[in-house]
Design a protein around this ligand. Structure first.
Ligand code: NAD
Length: 284
C-alpha cells in the first residue's frame, strides 16, 4: 500500500526537523526545504545532535546515524521540493500554506501526496487552494516529532481513500500510533489542550499566580510539563497563532481568546527555546 520512497518537508523549524529525523531513520530519502538558509542549517544541526544523543543511549549505531544523515538533502527553493509525499510544516498562516501548496502542486506529479502538519487550520480549507484536493491530507505530528508516538491523520472533505490510507501507512511506518481525526479546528488533541494554555495565561494575567508557580503546581500534580514550559517548547509564536486561529474558527468564542501577555512576547521576539527566551531563559 505504502509506495512512498521520498519525503519532502517544507519548513525546517521545530516540527520540520523532527519529522525529517523520523523519516530519515525509517529509511526514506528526505528533502528538507526552508526559505531561510539559517533555519536549514539549524534544523540539520538539531537532527545531528538528536541522532548522536540516541547513539549515546545505545538506541542507534554509528552506522545508522551516518546513514540517516546521508539520506537528508537540503533545498532552498520550493520548486525543488519534489517527492512522493510532501509534508508542510511552515508557519500557522492559511495564506502562507496555500501559496506554498499552489507551487508544490505545480511541480509535483499527480501521484504525489501533499500533506499539512497544521495544528488548527481545517485541512479542507487549506486544500481549497488546490486543483487536486483529493490527494491532500493532514498528518499532524506532536512535539518533539521524533519522540512523540501519536500522529493524527485527517481527511479533508475531498481527500480520497488512497491518500488517507497511504498517509496512515506512512505514519505507521515511522512507528507512530495513528488516530484518524475529523477535520475540525484543532482536531482532537489541540482542542482539548488549548485550555491548558489559555486558562494558565488568564490566571497569570489576573495576578492569581505567577507563571513559575503555575508550572510548579501543574508539574507536581502529575503533568509532565507546566503550561509555560510547554509553550516555550512548542514556540510561543506558534502556540499563539494556533490559539488565534482556533478563536476565529470557533466564531471568536471567548474560551479560546488569545492572551495579551502572550501576544506581547510574540511581538518582542521572545518565542521560547528556539529564540533563547520565552517565559524562561535558555542557554545557547
Ligand atoms: P517554526 O516557527 O519552528 O518553523 C517554521 C519554519 O517555516 C521556519 O523555519 C520558517 O523559516 C519556515 N517557513 C516560513 N514560511 C515558509 C515558506 N513559505 N516556505 C518554506 N518555509 C517557510 O514552526 P513549527 O513549530 O515547526 O510549526 C510548523 C507547523 O507545525 C505549524 O503549522 C504548527 O501549527 C504545526 N505544529 C507545531 C507544533 C509545535 O509544537 N511547535 C506541533 C504540531 C504541529
Amino acid at each position: 500500500m505504502n509506495s512512498i520512497k521520498t519525503v519532502g518537508i517544507a519548513g525546517a523549524g521545530v516540527m520540520g526537523a523532527g519529522i525529517a529525523y523520523c523519516s530519515a531513520i525509517a529509511g526514506y530519502g528526505v528533502l528538507l526545504f526552508d526559505t531561510r538558509r539559517e533555519a536549514l542549517d539549524k534544523g540539520l544541526l538539531y537532527i545531528r545532535k538528536e541522532l548522536e544523543k540516541a547513539q549515546a543511549k545505545g538506541k542507534l549505531t554509528a552506522d545508522q546515524v551516518e546513514a540517516s544523515l546521508q539520506r537528508i538533502r537540503l533545498c532552498e527553493k520550493a520548486e525543488d521540493l519534489v517527492a512522493d509525499l510532501i509534508i508542510e510544516a511552515v508557519v500557522e498562516k492559511l495564506e502562507v500554506k496555500q501559496d506554498l501548496f499552489r507551487t508544490l502542486e505545480s511541480v509535483n506529479g499527480k501521484e504525489s501526496i501533499l500533506a499539512t502538519n497544521t495544528s488548527s487550520i481545517p485541512v479542507t480549507r487549506i486544500a481549497s487552494a488546490l486543483q487536486h484536493p483529493e490527494r491532500f491530507a493532514g498528518i499532524h505530528f506532536f512535539n518533539p516529532a521524533h519522540l512523540m508516538k501519536l500522529v493524527e491523520v485527517i481527511a479533508g472533505a475531498r481527500t480520497n481513500h488512497e491518500t488517507l490510507e497511504n498517509s496512515r501507512a506512512f505514519a505507521e511506518s515511522l512507528g507512530k500510533t495513528v488516530v484518524l481525526a475529523q477535520d475540525a479546528p484543532g482536531f482532537i488533541v489541540n482542542r482539548v489542550a488549548r485550555h491548558y494554555y489559555v486558562e494558565a495565561l488568564k490566571i497569570m494575567e489576573e495576578d492569581v499566580a505567577g507563571f513559575e508557580a503555575i508550572d510548579r503546581l501543574m508539574e507536581s500534580s502529575g503533568f509532565r510539563m507546566g503550561p509555560f514550559r510547554l509553550m516555550d517548547l512548542i514556540g510561543v509564536d506558534t502556540n499563539y497563532s494556533v490559539t488565534e486561529s482556533m478563536y476565529n474558527l470557533f466564531s471568536q468564542d471567548g474560551k479560546f481568546r488569545p492572551s495579551r501577555i502572550q501576544k506581547q512576547k510574540v511581538d518582542a521576539g521572545l518565542h521560547g527555546r528556539k529564540s533563547g527566551e520565552g517565559f524562561y531563559r535558555y542557554e545557547a
